[in-house]
Design a protein around this ligand. Structure first.
Ligand SMILES: *[C@@H]1O[C@H](CO)[C@@H](O)[C@H](O)[C@H]1NC(C)=O
Ligand SMILES: *[C@@H]1O[C@H](CO)[C@@H](O)[C@H](O)[C@H]1NC(C)=O
Ligand SMILES: *[C@@H]1O[C@H](CO)[C@@H](O)[C@H](O)[C@H]1NC(C)=O
Ligand SMILES: *[C@@H]1O[C@H](CO)[C@@H](O)[C@H](O)[C@H]1NC(C)=O
Ligand SMILES: *[C@@H]1O[C@H](CO)[C@@H](O)[C@H](O)[C@H]1NC(C)=O
Ligand SMILES: *[C@@H]1O[C@H](CO)[C@@H](O)[C@H](O)[C@H]1NC(C)=O
Ligand SMILES: *[C@@H]1O[C@H](CO)[C@@H](O)[C@H](O)[C@H]1NC(C)=O
Ligand SMILES: *[C@@H]1O[C@H](CO)[C@@H](O)[C@H](O)[C@H]1NC(C)=O
Length: 517
């Protein structure tokens, strides 16, 4: 009767007793030196005592890729709050170890070191500790913290975390790419907390789109010097004179005893504090309490950088107060996978004589209501009517868009920056687009890039290797033998076309000439 155990009352008792412990491994948050974990789907990450936070390799959507990170472990939405290795994912089999002399060391499956926690030499790590606050610390035997994730923040701050002056957090590049993005939150030496865009990769900062105005140049004791996210979940700037300045006025309806809080500089440039109930069900989610700035689409300006969206794009605030980016009519995404990126026109505007002479036949306008690209001006006149504004732009081969408002006309050139579609704009944009090519396009030349042209050049390898130049020469030749003499280019233009100084349009197919010999 050895097989009867499952029906034995003792079995059910054992099951009841063991089950809760097998779901979340018991931990006191301490990580011993010499411990390591491997990036696979089996190793348990290092957990905080309550199991609220985990430190280790978080599997990403993309198969067999992991991110060295700290994340909310218990709630269904396992939100990442910190990442190492500059947010670059690692492959399966990578290893994280805790060493005495160098702290955390990340290595690839072949054992090559990828990243470490950069300790000052000769500092002996006694152990690591994953705190229930979400802070992972490396501790010396005398309890001094040698390294803290809170002191090396990425895109998120948590309650009890402090930003000292000179501190910075970066947005990630996109929802799924953890590399540093275009937006940053900085506490400057002058005491101002600012949000700004920047140039990647030089890190040159552009104009701020949020500024706390907490500097006092005449009396520095009134200047801000710390950003504090307190244990109650309230975030503020602390002045040296102990005054506090809330980053955004907020109620106290979500006590930190019952709610998780986090403040994240989201990939779209909006700095947002969120809460999440600690007791949850399948429908609980992170909900914003406040965000800065109020309207990123209109608050971003300045002469440099593309704005909230990419170049030539238009930003519109959606119902969740987040920016949506879209390309204007006649433009499409440069990178089809990045809707927050730049847009390219579906035509090239040229300043060739032919195009200038017949501009009105070639170009037309799309009218966009309450839309503006407030920078990118190069000409301005007032007073102006709609007709005058449009006429001025259509006959100007540099003009990409004309903006009309308050009886003024502004002409703008590419690339357009800080595009916005908002009721406060109160201006109309007349966006130029090419209706048609002045000459009707024939089907393109046969490619070799189809086996027709090699017969023409009789397998001349040198000519084939210089396909682009060959194509240009052939197109020039076909322009020169047009039946309609008015279509034939001048000698000067032929020279320019041959030299590649000007672009060569695809010529109409001459009816009497056959490509086949
Ligand atoms: C945590 O547990 C380890 C053994 O697993 C023990 O060595 C250590 O002293 C414990 N730390 C605390 C703070 O209880
Ligand atoms: C965990 O963090 C809290 C709040 O900062 C701190 O008071 C506590 O000492 C930390 N625990 C350990 C073991 O470091
Ligand atoms: C994230 O973006 C960077 C910069 O464009 C790119 O080099 C990197 O490959 C991307 N990472 C992933 C995981 O797609
Ligand atoms: C922030 O605003 C102050 C005025 O309150 C100004 O002096 C300072 O230059 C601004 N800082 C940035 C980075 O825009
Ligand atoms: C600076 O401001 C503080 C108040 O915040 C004031 O007590 C102090 O006298 C001021 N110092 C000077 C030099 O004005
Ligand atoms: C989930 O929890 C929230 C409170 O946190 C509650 O309002 C909601 O009704 C719950 N939903 C379900 C389906 O139980
Ligand atoms: C370019 O965009 C304009 C305006 O949306 C459209 O009329 C035109 O057909 C487009 N041309 C091409 C080649 O897609
Ligand atoms: C867009 O993303 C898909 C899937 O990740 C990828 O296969 C494709 O190459 C990407 N396209 C571009 C232009 O980057």
């Amino acid at each position: 009767m050895a097989c009867a155990l499952p029906h034995h009352p003792l079995f059910h008792f054992l099951l009841l007793f063991l089950l809760p412990f097998s779901i979340v491994a018991r931990t006191n948050g301490t990580v011993a030196v010499g411990t390591s974990i491997t990036a696979n789907n089996k190793d348990t990450p290092w957990l905080s005592p309550s199991g609220a936070f985990a430190f280790g390799f978080k599997p990403l959507e993309e198969k067999n890729l992991f991110l060295l990170s700290i994340w909310y472990y218990k709630i269904p939405d396992q939100t990442i709050v910190w990442y190492g290795h500059d947010g670059v994912p690692v492959s399966i089999g990578s290893k994280l170890g805790l060493t005495v002399d160098r702290g955390l060391v990340l290595s690839d499956p072949q054992g090559k070191e990828l990243w470490n926690s950069q300790l000052i030499l000769n500092n002996n790590v006694a152990h690591g500790f994953m705190n229930d606050t979400g802070n992972f610390v490396l501790v010396r035997s005398d309890s001094v913290n040698l390294w803290e994730s809170f002191k090396n923040p990425t895109d998120t701050m948590l309650p009890t975390q402090i930003m000292e002056y000179g501190g910075v957090i970066f947005s990630r590049l996109s929802e799924t790419n953890f590399s540093q993005g275009r937006f940053q939150l900085r506490l400057l030496q002058d005491g101002n907390l600012v949000l700004n865009t920047r140039d990647i990769p030089s890190n040159f900062a552009y104009d701020a789109y949020y500024n706390s105005s907490t500097s006092d140049y005449s009396n520095s004791s009134n200047s801000g010097y710390r950003v504090i996210f307190d244990d109650k979940g309230v975030m503020y700037i602390l002045r040296r004179n102990s005054e506090i300045v809330l980053i955004k006025p907020q109620g106290t309806s979500f006590p930190a005893t019952e709610y998780f809080h986090r403040a994240t500089l989201d990939f779209d440039g909006v700095f947002t504090q969120y809460y999440h109930p600690k007791t949850f069900n399948s429908s609980t989610k992170w909900t914003p309490i406040w965000s800065q700035p109020d309207n990123i689409c209109v608050d971003i300006g300045g002469g440099e950088g593309s704005g909230a969206c990419g170049f030539n794009s238009i930003c519109k605030l959606n119902d969740n107060q987040r920016p949506d980016c879209k390309c204007p009519p006649g433009y499409s995404l440069l990178d089809p996978n990045n809707t927050y990126g730049s847009c390219k026109p579906n035509f090239t505007q040229s300043c060739l004589e032919d195009d200038i002479n017949s501009a009105e036949d070639i170009y037309d306008f799309e009218t966009l209501i309450n839309t503006d690209w407030p920078t990118s001006d190069y000409e301005h006149f007032s007073p102006a009517t709609e007709a005058q504004c449009k006429r001025s732009c259509i006959n100007d081969c540099f003009c990409a868009v004309a903006i009309l408002g308050d009886s003024s006309c502004w002409k703008k050139k590419l690339p357009l920056s800080n595009g916005r579609d908002d009721n406060v704009v109160n201006r109309h944009a007349f966006l130029k687009f090419r209706k048609r090519d002045p000459r009707t396009l024939p089907s393109p030349l046969p490619s070799p890039l189809e086996g027709r042209l090699d017969t023409l050049v009789e397998n001349d390898m040198e000519a084939l290797n210089d396909w682009k130049r060959l194509e240009r020469f052939l197109m020039v030749a076909i322009w020169c033998i047009q039946e309609d003499p008015s279509l034939r280019p001048t000698m000067r233009k032929v020279t320019q076309m041959l030299e590649g100084v000007v672009e060569v349009d695809v010529p109409p197919c001459p009816s009497q000439v056959s490509f086949t010999s």
